[in-house]
Design a protein around this ligand. Structure first.
Ligand code: TMP
Ligand code: ASP
Length: 237
């Protein structure tokens, strides 16, 4: 597969065309941003960790019946994926109160929720990814009812898988954000990434934060946290 021109540069990844119109190459950067790009920095080694961790998890999820865009890891930072059109919804699952939920609802971080919450944000940087519901998504044509049903059903499966997967590494999955895309046949696929950038992960014994909140909140030991998660998960490829 020949890597061609860059199609898109996001905050954490670049996307390149290939000689196959249905396949693109994702290239993970060490760049980190928070608060919609207001805070900028570098987390050395993050790109490698996020690439390998995402690919490992996506392979496992495929085996569990969740279709993903993953095709093949090409290098430490590069992965071949199916080209998709991203559904403009950030799909967030919360198992424990934290972050914007705690702020909005006045619930202390760390409070267990009686059941997981699945919420949507409209993926739009200019508007700061506003919180929306199913009706907003339908009324604005961001997704169809069938898309939403499929996305919710996959997301519940992903949450169940991830809770268990991280718990085996002594990590509590507080919340996470995922994105889906549609392939050329209109099929919904899990896309983007699953990494310490997009999940809140706390040590199960001490509640130490081992994710991007260390960067967002200037808690220090950012690289160490990413390395710790990666080491605990025992991903070697
Ligand atoms: P929040 O509490 O700030 O809404 O974040 C919920 C989850 O989504 C948390 O695991 C971090 C992740 N997230 C992203 O992956 N990208 C983002 O832009 C934001 C705001 C959150
Ligand atoms: N997507 C957010 C930003 O751009 C980063 C985050 O908080 O995860 O800056």
């Amino acid at each position: 597969m020949e890597k061609r021109e860059m199609l898109y540069e996001g905050k954490a990844k670049k996307v390149f065309a290939t000689d196959d119109p249905d396949i693109v190459i994702v290239d993970y950067k060490d760049d980190a941003t928070a608060f919609n790009g207001v805070k900028k920095g570098t987390i050395t080694g993050k790109g490698v960790i996020n690439n390998k961790m995402t690919n490992y998890v996506f392979r496992e999820l495929e085996a569990d019946g969740v279709p993903t865009h993953f095709i093949k890891q090409l290098s430490d930072r590069e992965t071949e994926v199916k080209k998709v059109k991203i559904v403009p919804l950030e799909v967030i699952v919360r198992n424990v109160a934290a972050g914007s939920f705690s702020k909005r609802m006045g619930v202390p971080e760390g409070k267990e929720l009686l059941q997981p919450i699945l919420e949507f944000s409209y993926k739009c940087d200019e508007l700061n990814d506003p919180f929306i519901n199913d009706d907003y998504a339908l009324a604005l044509g961001l997704a169809t009812q069938e898309d939403i049903d499929t996305i919710k059903s996959y997301t519940k499966k992903i949450n169940a898988f991830l809770i268990d997967y991280f718990l085996k590494a002594d990590l509590k999955l507080i919340d996470f954000k995922i994105e889906f895309g549609k392939d050329k046949d209109g099929k919904i696929l899990l896309a983007d990434e699953i990494s310490p950038d997009t999940c809140r992960l706390w040590d199960v014994h001490t509640n130490e934060k081992l994710d991007k909140d260390r960067f967002r909140r200037d808690l220090g030991n950012v690289e160490e946290a990413y390395n710790e998660v990666f080491k605990r998960l025992g991903i070697d490829s």
